[in-house]
Design a protein around this ligand. Structure first.
Ligand SMILES: Cc1cc2nc3c(=O)[nH]c(=O)nc-3n(C[C@H](O)[C@H](O)[C@H](O)COP(=O)(O)OP(=O)(O)OC[C@H]3O[C@@H](n4cnc5c(N)ncnc54)[C@H](O)[C@@H]3O)c2cc1C
Length: 500
């Protein structure tokens, strides 16, 4: 039977740990507990994870009693699940409360080759999953820009990839999942069998419960290589025109934009679009092992970068190099790691932003609001915003789950050093622009949105609150993100902190 163990024992109490998101801003302290690994995924009623259920129940009772939080992190401030901590902001943090580290739940309990499905613990990473299923001729149906996310984190953020316009988002491929609710009970959720619980959890940022296992439909592939068309594009209007005209001919599409380019080259970009290669496209050596997938172990970035290591000059030099080394037009083969996860080659690359960290900003606006994208890129370029990671994609139809981010339209995502002068005003202004155009920002990347804009960006917010409350009547699931945005109940989630 799986037990909940403190990450380290001090008088039987979990040791508080300082946690951040991938952007390394706003650290907060929480008591971290973890279901023992390598525990298999619990199935409803199996009795597994009873220790975790006890922790949920105990916290729920204290939250319901309205007890004031003590000076140490504890049950009065509720719980939140955490995967690999790749959300950029504070979604997997819980100041003064408990954080449940799910990364030990990695057991794969079923692979059905005929149906093309896999069932695994919610802590399994997409990296580990790919290493298992690619040699069997399958790929994950949706991958973000890093393989180091868990199945539970992918579902809770309802992540999207470069193929959203063709394949939708992660939850569109989830056939079932097990969810520990606020009563400590584990229910099996399917889109047809429990649509409300499904809708509350897909994109629900861990606030509907703890996902313990996921059954996923995989994508059959014949090789582990990608056929990629790369083209350099001189400016934003031309880029959007080319994407609108031909994105649908490709399964995957993304454009990298130089946010520092100005004037006529404002929005100049490198557009890459591709598909899984067929066996007869591979050179002889690769054809001998067409499904080989063995990305190299990662280099690790040292934690020595000063806050100013990334400045306009270094980013300008990087962007210039990136743009110039891209071919004007080229078709070639790339590995999955190079095409989808170029940053995964360097572990902890987020350290290059220095101790102050960075903000990731991503919005989507509907088709027809191209002028908003143009204004946003112009403002970023006018502010000389040094981002070496700005990407533009086109989303296809959304799935209607109230907090799921993707909606049909243009999505722009970029990293910005947190210390950039004027950043708060710049992004607040962009938020208003985006909300005014009927768009929204991505909660999984957010660290600074003004709460009053949330309802306009997510019109299904009230419905989500109702669905969520049925799964978590006492409000035991809570995170820093939830408190900051008053996401679950409106203002004041949980008792105030007595000091950290
Ligand atoms: C380099 C990089 C590139 C990225 N590219 C993309 C992209 O292209 N598209 C995209 O959509 N996202 C992208 N992301 C964001 C990332 O995919 C999401 O933030 C994802 O949710 C992170 O998964 P995680 O396991 O690290 O979860 P965490 O960051 O630990 O947690 C994220 C959320 O999931 C919840 N959660 C985690 N595990 C569980 C569980 N078992 N049960 C319930 N809730 C849970 C947490 O409470 C939290 O709300 C990128 C991130 C990075 C660092």
């Amino acid at each position: 039977m799986a037990e909940v163990r403190p990450v380290a024992d001090v008088g039987r109490a979990p040791v508080p740990r300082l946690l951040t998101g991938w952007g390394r801003t706003a650290p907060t302290r929480a008591a971290v507990i973890a279901p023992d690994g390598p525990a298999g995924p619990a199935r409803a009623g199996s009795g597994d994870l009873s220790g975790l259920a006890d922790a949920v129940l105990a916290s729920s009772a204290v939250v319901a009693s309205g007890a004031v939080a003590g000076s140490r992190p504890g049950p009065a401030r509720g719980l939140i699940a955490r995967g690999l901590g790749r959300s950029y902001g504070d979604a997997a943090q819980n100041a003064g409360g408990t954080v449940v580290d799910m990364t030990a739940l990695t057991r794969v309990t079923a692979i059905d080759l005929a149906a093309g499905t896999v069932t695994a613990g919610a802590g399994l990473s997409l990296d580990a999953l790919m290493r298992i299923v690619l040699p069997l001729g399958f790929f994950v149906p949706v991958t973000p820009g890093t393989r180091y996310v868990t199945l539970g984190g992918a579902l809770a953020s309802d992540i999207h990839g470069k193929n959203h316009h063709v394949d939708g988002s992660f939850s569109d491929h989830v056939l079932a999942f097990d969810l520990m609710t606020g009563t400590g009970e584990i229910i099996t959720v399917t889109p047809g069998g429990a649509p409300d619980a499904f809708a509350a959890t897909a994109g629900g940022m861990g606030l509907s419960g703890i996902v313990t296992a996921v059954t996923l439909r995989l994508l059959p592939v014949a090789t582990s290589r990608m056929r990629v068309d790369t083209e350099r594009v001189g400016g934003l209007d031309e880029l959007m025109g080319r994407m609108a005209a031909r994105d649908d001919d490709y399964r995957y599409s993304v454009a990298w934009i130089d946010t520092l380019a100005r004037g006529a080259s404002m929005g100049r970009a490198v557009l890459t679009r591709g598909d899984h290669a067929a066996p007869d496209e591979l050179p002889a050596k690769a054809a001998r092992d067409p499904l080989r997938f063995a990305p190299h172990p990662r280099l690790v970035a040292p934690d020595v970068f000063p806050s100013r290591a990334l400045n306009r000059l270094s980013v300008r030099a990087f962007n210039e190099l990136w743009y110039r080394r891209a071919p004007v037009r080229h078709t070639g083969l790339e590995s999955i790691a190079t095409f989808f996860h170029p940053l995964d080659g360097v572990g902890d690359w987020n350290r290059v932003y220095g101790p102050r960290g960075f903000v990731q900003y991503q919005f989507v606006v509907p088709f027809g609001a191209e002028e908003t994208v143009r204004t946003a890129v112009t403002r970023l370029s006018d502010a000389r915003c040094p981002s070496f990671l700005a990407v533009l994609k086109r989303f296809g139809p959304g799935n209607g789950h109230p907090l799921s981010f993707p909606a049909p339209g243009w999505t722009l995502a970029l990293d910005i050093p947190a210390g950039l002068p004027g950043l708060v005003g710049l992004l607040d202004g962009l938020d208003e622009l985006v909300a005014g155009a009927g768009g929204r920002v991505y909660l999984s990347k957010d660290s600074r949105l003004r709460p009053d804009l949330l309802a306009a960006m997510y019109p299904g917010l009230d419905r989500w609150r109702e669905l969520r409350a049925k799964l978590d009547p006492t409000g035991v699931f809570v995170s820093d993100l939830a408190r900051r945005l008053a996401l679950t109940t409106g203002p004041a989630v949980g008792p105030p902190l007595a000091g950290r």
